[in-house]
Design a binder for this molecule. Structure first.
Ligand SMILES: Nc1ncnc2c1ncn2[C@@H]1O[C@H](COP(=O)(O)OP(=O)(O)OP(=O)(O)O)[C@@H](O)[C@H]1O
Length: 951
């Protein structure tokens, strides 16, 4: 038994069939000139025969011989010409048996909603003249085509009798439309009327001006193709010619026959931007003449154009029909389009002109016409009514809204006015730590409400620095009964998350927080389990039973379905009960990047990527497969996401709620310190507290401790900077103190080809200003690598809104000055300040020291800055008496006169030297060089806002 054809195979077969038919039709057109009348009862006048054999297009169908007729109403475009519309062809097939029954069928599925309605293209026995009905035509497709013309001509001549205004005959290019008329003709195959033809060739007495002058070659060819002028249907498509420079443009909706005419003109050009054709004036006469012969088209001529051919009786046929109350012939042009959501309340019909459709649109109470887009739009509550009625228009295919949308907006489809704005109820947070709840800023509280209204499955896409962490912790805490909780984060911020849980959830014992550091750790050891993306893939086996509540920080890390991290995370998220995705940049370059995140939050929305790709990624079929790298219907995608899964606020939206500066302590991974450096740090710490050490030895140990700290932090610092860039941070400052740190950062940026500048003690004053300007004016990702002591004053970097301190400095005044390179006049945003703090290093002492000093200054009214809020959880630093001793020693050393200078000099001159071996140890190769960080990672930092606000 043969397997049924797949949808894809069926499509392919249909496509090939259409292509073959198109080739055939083209051949036929080309062959018309060679066609001779064979046994025709039509006698051509000698004068006509002089114009060449192409005039003799008409054949007697009775002379034809083959069975099985396929007649295609085809869109005769070719990709090279660029078409106005997607292909929408209709095929009509007459099988031998059907011929016997005299029934013609369209191959295209016809609407079933209106059984009583018979589309004009569907010809039945009742409409066929008795001789034809009784003896079905036995003709080849070519012959049938000609036959159709003949019949159309016949009908036209009948019409000539019934109305004084019509005295034209059909022409070849109108074959498809005339087919209906052919069937409707009540006569058999009458001989062509030579008298009528002669009349048509002469200037008309009724004012019809058929040029008798010598025609240019193209015009002649077209006229030969076209035969004699044709009367226009009352509902013919209206178009105009517009002069543009030395060319003219034709403005009209899609008409396949007209497009065929366009393509035969040598000077044709297609403008994809305006979707219009334009031509040189040399083709004007030829085009107008050919257009006269198209029944379904009326082209308004160019004003004042010389030599154009006008046929008042044809060009004004619709006006005349209206005046004489003639029944308006339906437009036969096939139009195809789609519905698109344009707001929470309205949808738009994106479709080209159809008279019948416009008439239908005008029946809708909520209709609006947008003069800018030239499209109609309606309230969602009229959607079903409109679609039902559209189904009754056989020449119209208006694709509905995707099912996902109709489900998401089901309430508005019922009654739009019921939900004018999204209604988010206030969540009951009484079971969450009051410290956390009371700290939430108003917009953060809205975020938590939104998440709970969405039953804990959402993509929180707030701008960077708006406090997604505190919101996520609050949402997760609301579902605390369903814990253990899994938190998946970039490895550089694992400990920052640990800190955040300690800070915001005092009810959670620190022992219940498990930070997974190696592949040997247990993923389920805590109530809150924090793991990096990469370790998650390695620990996949431990994911059973699955977690019910999951937070994914920087969820755009999952944008590529092919990556191991994505393959591990998506199935986990699909089965989790609550999924909290966090990202300030969910898609950095294209909507396709959103797919996995949507799939993770709502697996049923677009289970197949192709459907999503077709609608929102401007999917294109290329010879080697589908290309989903584009974008389409972005406004609709934004509406869908905001209605169902995504909440995004920009900094500007909530600026009034934000502090001018938002400081953040980032605990960088201590695991990255190599064993050798660890040993050096420990030895230095011991030396500082050894009773027998001299003061000088202690000081040397302090300097060593400070220098080794710098060295130890390098891999984490670099990892953090790269993560920031990958997360879409565009411009930021990195302050460091040791030359070795500044060098490592700049080297890495160079390696990754990230734009950057560097200002340190060796930079001349003139260069400082230039570099500063360069940074200020640069577009896209850029990093300013600055020395804490050499670039903390006199420079303005207000085009950035983030400062990263790769190293700490004991003098808070210097830090504040450095912060203010960004936070100064010209800065319109809230500024983020990230202090990278490494455990087990000098930072353990420097950080509290800085806090202490600030506190003192604050109490004395000398500083407004208060670090304490963000560092509350850091009091664990020096509980050990040994640590207290070191802290005291630090304090004493830095307060002594000259202590600063000694350290500064030591830092300047610090060269790992023999430590270059140490460096090799310290710097994690995979972080610095081996990381497969592709160049493309930095190539597409498109602004997500341009995606979220496309309209
Ligand atoms: N309600 C709040 N009260 C006190 N501090 C807050 C509050 N909200 C945010 N912060 C602080 O603001 C800083 C930035 O917050 P957070 O790191 O959560 O932002 P984010 O949105 O995750 O940014 P990114 O996308 O850059 O990671 C942190 O130091 C955080 O503690």
């Amino acid at each position: 038994m043969s397997l049924p054809l797949t949808e894809e195979q069926r499509k392919k077969i249909e496509e090939n069939r259409q292509k073959a038919l198109a080739r055939r039709a083209e051949k036929l057109l080309a062959g018309q000139h060679q066609n001779t009348v064979s046994g025709s009862s039509i006698a051509a006048k000698p004068s006509q025969s002089k114009q060449g054999p192409s005039r003799h297009l008409h054949q007697d169908p009775s002379k034809s011989g083959s069975h099985g007729v396929v007649f295609k109403q085809q869109n005769p475009r070719s990709s090279s010409d660029g078409d106005q519309r997607p292909q929408n062809s209709q095929s009509f097939q007459l099988s031998t048996s059907e011929q016997a029954k005299g029934t013609w069928q369209t191959q295209e599925e016809m609407p079933t909603a209106c059984p009583s309605h018979r589309p004009p293209n569907q010809v039945t026995l009742a409409g066929i003249s008795p001789p034809l009905a009784n003896s079905p035509p036995v003709v080849s497709s070519e012959q049938l085509w000609v036959y159709g013309l003949e019949q159309g001509q016949i009908q036209a001549s009948h019409k000539t009798k019934s109305t004084p205004f019509v005295n034209t005959t059909p022409e070849p290019l109108a074959r498809a439309k005339n087919f209906q008329e052919m069937a409707a003709s009540s006569s058999g195959q009458p001989p062509r009327d030579p008298e009528l033809e002669a009349r048509m060739a002469r200037p008309s007495t009724s004012g019809q001006n058929v040029s008798g002058s010598v025609m240019p070659r193209t015009e002649e060819r077209l006229q030969q193709k076209s035969g004699t002028p044709l009367h226009k249907a009352a509902g013919s498509q209206q178009g105009t010619c517009i002069k543009i420079g030395d060319r003219f443009q034709v403005k009209i909706g899609y008409n396949e026959e007209l497009v065929a005419v366009f393509k035969s003109l040598p000077s044709r050009r297609y403008d994809p931007a305006t979707k219009t054709w334009n031509f040189s004036m040399t083709d004007y006469g030829a085009l107008m003449k050919a257009a006269q012969h198209l029944q379904a088209v009326t082209l308004q001529p160019l004003e004042g154009a010389e030599g154009h051919v006008e046929s008042p009786s044809t060009s004004s046929s619709s006006r005349i029909a209206a005046q004489t109350c003639l029944p308006v012939a339906p437009s036969l042009a096939f139009v195809k389009g789609q519905c698109i959501l344009i707001s929470r309340a309205r949808f738009e019909a994106d479709i080209s002109y159809s008279e019948d459709l416009i008439a239908l649109f005008k029946q809708m109470d909520s209709r609006k016409y947008d003069v800018k887009t030239r499209k109609w739009n309606f309230l969602l509550e009229e959607y079903s009514k409109l679609m039902e009625r559209v189904r009754c228009l056989p020449q119209v295919q208006l694709d509905p809204l995707p099912k996902t949308l109709t489900l998401a907006f089901a309430a508005q489809l019922q009654k739009t006015s019921l939900c004018p704005v999204a209604d988010i109820p206030e969540a009951d947070l009484s079971k969450v730590d009051s410290k956390l709840v009371s700290s939430l800023l108003p917009f953060q509280r809205v975020g938590v409400n939104f998440a709970i209204a969405k039953r804990g499955r959402l993509l929180l896409a707030d701008d960077m620095g708006l406090g997604k962490t505190i919101q996520a912790i609050c949402i997760a805490a609301y579902y605390r009964k369903e814990w253990p909780l899994l938190v998946v984060v970039p490895s550089s911020v694992r400990f920052t998350w640990e800190q955040a849980f300690r800070q915001w959830l005092p009810s959670l014992s620190p022992d219940h927080i498990n930070v997974v550091v190696t592949g040997k750790d247990r993923l389920t050891a805590g109530l809150v389990n924090i793991v990096s993306f990469d370790l998650l893939s390695k620990l996949e086996k431990q994911l059973k039973p699955p977690f019910r509540v999951v937070i994914i920080d920087e969820s755009h890390f999952l944008k590529n379905i092919k990556t191991a991290r994505c393959r591990t995370a998506v199935p986990l998220l699909k089965v989790a009960k609550r999924v909290i995705l966090l990202s300030g940049t969910p898609a950095m370059s294209r909507p396709a990047e959103l797919y996995t995140q949507i799939l993770a939050v709502r697996p049923t929305f677009f289970p197949q990527f192709h459907a999503f790709g077709l609608r929102y990624c401007g999917a294109k079929r290329l010879p080697w497969g589908w290309d989903y790298s584009g974008s389409s219907n972005l406004g609709e995608l934004k509406l869908l996401l905001e209605e169902t899964v995504m909440l995004r606020r920009l900094k500007g939206d909530v600026l009034c709620q934000l502090p001018a500066k938002q400081r953040k302590m980032v605990v960088v991974a201590p695991g990255r310190i190599s064993a050798r450096t660890r040993a050096a740090l420990d030895a230095a710490a011991k030396e500082m507290t050894t009773k027998d050490s001299t003061k000088q030895q202690q000081k040397e140990a302090l300097i060593l401790f400070f220098n080794r700290t710098a060295e130890a932090k390098i891999p984490s610092v670099i990892e953090y900077i790269l993560d920031l860039l990958e997360s879409g941070r565009e411009k930021f400052l990195v302050f460091a103190h040791h030359k070795v740190v500044l060098d490592a950062v700049t080297n890495e940026l160079e390696r990754k080809r990230v734009k950057h500048i560097r200002i340190d003690g060796s930079t001349s004053s003139a260069d400082r200003e230039d570099l500063c300007q360069q940074f200020q004016l640069s577009e896209g990702p850029a990093v300013a690598v600055l020395s804490i002591t050499a670039a903390n004053m006199g420079l303005t970097f207000s085009s950035a809104d983030l400062v990263v301190f790769a190293e700490l400095f004991w003098n808070p005044g210097v830090l504040m000055q450095a912060e203010d390179r960004v936070h100064r006049i010209g800065q319109s945003s809230s500024v983020g300040i990230h202090y990278l703090v490494a455990r087990g290093t000098a930072d353990d002492y420097l950080w509290p020291l800085i806090q202490e000093k600030i506190k003192v200054l604050g109490e004395a009214g000398l500083s407004e800055t208060n670090f304490s809020e963000m560092t509350e959880a850091t009091d664990y630093f020096y509980k050990d008496p040994k640590q207290q001793k070191i802290y005291d020693f630090f304090q004493k050393s830095f307060e002594e006169d000259g202590g600063d200078m000694e350290l500064l000099e030591a830092a300047e001159s610090f060269d790992p030297g023999s430590g270059s071996q140490d460096m090799g140890d310290t710097l994690d190769e995979s972080t610095l060089t081996g990381s497969p960080l592709k160049r493309s990672r930095f190539e597409f930092f498109d602004n997500w806002d341009s995606f979220t606000s496309p309209l």
